[in-house]
Design a protein around this ligand. Structure first.
Ligand code: PEP
Ligand code: MN
Length: 353
C-alpha cells in the first residue's frame, strides 16, 4: 500500500505514480480513507526496486508491503484509523450502534413497518432494517417484492433514520443505490460471492454508503471472513462493518451455532466495527436478548436485531425471531450498559493481542 504525505495527490502526481508502478506490472486502486487517500497495489508489490522508486517520489511518505493476506482490513494498515460514519452517526470508536426492524417488509401491510420504524426509533435504534428482497431456501417461498422499497424509503422519511436492506444481485444493488438505501446488507449466503462483493465495492466508491457484511454460515476461518470484506473495500470505499450471525453445524435447539465470541478475534485483527446479529444466530426471540448482551460483553460495537410491533403478523423470520419494541428497548439499554462497562477492558485486550 502506498501512503502519500498529503491528504490527496494531484491528478499529475497520480498519473506519475501509476506510470512508475505500471513499469512493474502493478495497477493502482485508490482507497478514500478518512485521514487521507491511500493506494493499494494490485500485483506483486514486493519488488525492492519498485518500493525504492515509489518511495523516491517526493510526495510519497512510504510504501507498506504488509505480508498479511489482507492489506486494507488489517488493524495495522493505514486504514487502521478509519472511522465508519453515516451522516452524523459514528459506528465503532466507542459507540454502540443498533440496527433494528423487520426481517422482511410485507408489501401488503405497510403499516406494520411504519409502526415498527417509529418504535425502533423510540427504543433507541440508530438504523432501520427492512428486507425488501429475501434469500429463501425454497423458490416457492416469498422472495420479497421490489415495491417494498417504496415502503422502506417512506419509513426513512418519516423517522429520519438511515435504512438497511439486503441485496443479492446487480439489479437489486442498482435499485437500492438509486432509492437511497444507506446500508447495504450482504447476507450469509453471499459472503463468498466474490463477483457480487467486487461489484458492490466498485459501485459504492465515492458514495457515503455502508456495507454490512454477514459472516457466511460455513466460514470456519476468521481470515476468510476478513478477506471477503477486503473484496468490498478494495473497490475504494472503506465503510464496512462485519456481522457474525451464527454458523453451521447448528447448536441443538438453536437456529445456528451462536458465534458472538468471534467478535474479539475480529477486533484484534481488523479495524472494522463489528455489529453482531443475535437474531439469526439463536433464531428464537426469547433468546435474542441473551445473545445480544453476550455480544456486548465480547466487545461488539453494536447489533442488528429483528424487531416487529406484532411478530406473529410478520412474514419471513419475524414470527419466530423478532422481538417486540418493549423487548428491544430493554435489550438496547442492557447491551449499551454492558458495552460501556466492557469498553476499556476490551480495548486493553485488543491492544495487547
Ligand atoms: C436476514 O438478515 O434476514 C438474513 C437473511 O440474514 P442471513 O444472511 O444472516 O441469513
Ligand atoms: Mn431474517
Amino acid at each position: 500500500m502506498i501512503i502519500p504525505k498529503e491528504r490527496h495527490l494531484t491528478p499529475e502526481q497520480e498519473a506519475e505514480l501509476s506510470a512508475v508502478t505500471g513499469e512493474f506490472g502493478i495497477t493502482l486502486q485508490k482507497i478514500a480513507g478518512e485521514t487521507r487517500s491511500v493506494y493499494a497495489m494490485v500485483g506483486d508489490e514486493r519488488d525492492e526496486l519498485l518500493v525504492k522508486r515509489v518511495e523516491g517520489l517526493d510526495y510519497i511518505d512510504r510504501v507498506d508491503t504488509i505480508q498479511k493476506p489482507y492489506k486494507l482490513m488489517a488493524k495495522d494498515s493505514e486504514l487502521g484509523r478509519h472511522s465508519v460514519r453515516l451522516n452524523g452517526l459514528t459506528i465503532g470508536n466507542g459507540h454502540f450502534t443498533v440496527v433494528a426492524g423487520h426481517c422482511t417488509i410485507d408489501p401488503k401491510n405497510p403499516d406494520y413497518f411504519y409502526e415498527t420504524a417509529a418504535a425502533v426509533k423510540e427504543a433507541g435504534g440508530d438504523i432501520l432494517r427492512g428486507g425488501v428482497w429475501k434469500p429463501r431456501t425454497s423458490p416457492h417461498s416469498f422472495q420479497g417484492d421490489h415495491r417494498s422499497m417504496d415502503i422502506l424509503i417512506e419509513a426513512k422519511a418519516r423517522t429520519g433514520l438511515p435504512v438497511d436492506t439486503e441485496v443479492m444481485d446487480s439489479e437489486q444493488l442498482d435499485l437500492a443505490l438509486e432509492a437511497g438505501v444507506d446500508m447495504l446488507q450482504v447476507g450469509a449466503r453471499n459472503a463468498l460471492n466474490y463477483g457480487l462483493l467486487k461489484e458492490i465495492g466498485r459501485k459504492i466508491a465515492g458514495r457515503p454508503t455502508i456495507v454490512l457484511l454477514k459472516r457466511g454460515m460455513h466460514m470456519g476461518k476468521v481470515d476468510e471472513f476478513i478477506l471477503a470484506a477486503e473484496y468490498v473495500v478494495s473497490g475504494g470505499n472503506p465503510n464496512i462493518v462485519l456481522t457474525p450471525r451464527g454458523t453451521v453445524p447448528t447448536m441443538d435447539g438453536f437456529r445456528n451455532h451462536p458465534d458472538e465470541s468471534i467478535t474479539v478475534l475480529l477486533k484484534e485483527k481488523t479495524w472494522a466495527p463489528v455489529l453482531v446479529d443475535p437474531s439469526h444466530s439463536v433464531g428464537r426471540s426469547a433468546y435474542v436478548p441473551f445473545a445480544a448482551c453476550a455480544a456486548a460483553a465480547y466487545g461488539a460495537d453494536g447489533l442488528i436485531v429483528e424487531s416487529h410491533v406484532a411478530p406473529v403478523k410478520g412474514i419471513g423470520d419475524d414470527p419466530k425471531q423478532a422481538v417486540t419494541p418493549e423487548v428491544l428497548y430493554k435489550l438496547i439499554r442492557d447491551a449499551r450498559a454492558i458495552h460501556a462497562m466492557q469498553k476499556e477492558h476490551v480495548a486493553h485486550i485488543i491492544a495487547n493481542a
